[in-house]
Write a protein that binds this ligand. Structure first.
Ligand code: SAM
Length: 286
């Protein structure tokens, strides 16, 4: 069905289905007609793509994805939206809707079963209450996907796409860069949604790559990143010694071995620096 961004059409469909918005499920539906075609173009970059969509709502983005992709699998938690999607997207035979919580699904299996032989992309206007867990699940599980194109709150977009070494960078910036190249594609005002959220949004694209560094132990690597940013105004030496309960002299030697200035702050460190520190800490245990 076209015109899914038309407020009159949305109100008519929703009232016929007795649907009311759930704030708890982050239901802010897109009503700006230019956003979904642009997102779908940014996500589907070839003619052999399968797309995993998270939270289709009434199907406004799904509709654009279906026109461009070989197949779309849309995972929606709110089962009240299933009959709505039947009505709005019933004409497409390349859609599968799954009623589930994205955080609970075995995504390796889903991709294997649904997208055999296709390039896979993830695309979504994410429910904001689970932005970080969803993105970290998609990245940490090392899914065979080419890219993740998602709408997130503007502040989250800035943090996720920050250049290492700048004030906006944080632990998640470093973790994200380990797995992918992030880009902030475009900003979207709060008036583009119904109901309008309090904050503006932005669309980002994460293009996955092989990790550019190879820490000996990933768990230690991520603990070091988290620990270094735990007290970001302090030096890495101070922040790490308190968060990892490490003796300062031992840590000085570790930073020395890793070639990291003991007076540096976490935001100045590259992921190669974090990997070198993590390796030096890990060797203590070996
Ligand atoms: N894609 C639609 C759009 O752009 O208008 C709706 C986006 S709305 C921001 C988020 C959607 O995610 C809602 O449909 C909501 O019900 C769904 N959702 C919320 N939590 C979810 C979860 N854990 N797993 C799957 N879908 C979820």
């Amino acid at each position: 069905m076209e015109r899914l961004t038309d407020i009159g059409v949305i109100r008519d469909i929703l009232s016929r289905h007795g649907f009311t918005f759930s704030k708890a499920l982050g239901q802010n539906f897109l009503i700006n007609p230019s956003v979904c075609p642009r997102m779908a173009d940014d996500a589907v970059r070839g003619d052999n793509f399968g797309v995993l969509e998270i939270g289709p709502g009434i199907g406004v983005l799904t509709n654009e994805l279906l026109k461009r992709a070989k197949k779309v699998v849309a995972v929606e938690l709110d089962k009240r939206l299933l009959p709505v999607l039947d009505e709005t997207l019933g004409e497409f035979d390349n859609l599968k809707v799954i009623n589930a919580d994205i955080l609970e699904l075995d995504l390796h299996r889903l991709i294997d079963e649904e997208f055999g032989g296709m390039d896979v992309a993830v695309c979504a206007n994410l429910p904001y209450y689970i932005t970080s867990p969803v993105i970290m699940k998609l990245l940490e599980e090392r899914l065979p996907v080419k890219s993740i194109t998602v709408m997130v709150q503007k502040e989250a977009a800035v943090r996720l796409c920050a250049e290492p070494g700048t004030r906006d960078s944080s632990a998640i910036t470093a973790a994200v860069r380990y797995y992918c190249d992030p880009e902030l594609l475009f900003k979207v005002s709060s008036g583009s949604f119904m109901p309008a959220p309090k904050v503006d949004s932005a669309v980002i694209r994460l293009t996955l790559h092989e990790p550019s560094v190879h820490p000996k132990d990933e768990k230690t690597f991520f603990r070091v990143i988290k620990g270094a940013f735990a007290q970001r105004r302090k030096t890495v030496l101070n922040s790490l010694s308190s968060s990892l309960s490490l003796d300062k002299q031992i840590l000085r030697d570790i930073l020395d071995t890793a070639g990291v200035d003991v007076n540096a702050r976490a935001e100045r460190l590259t992921i190669a620096d974090f990997a070198a520190i993590a390796d030096a800490i890990y060797s203590l245990k070996e």
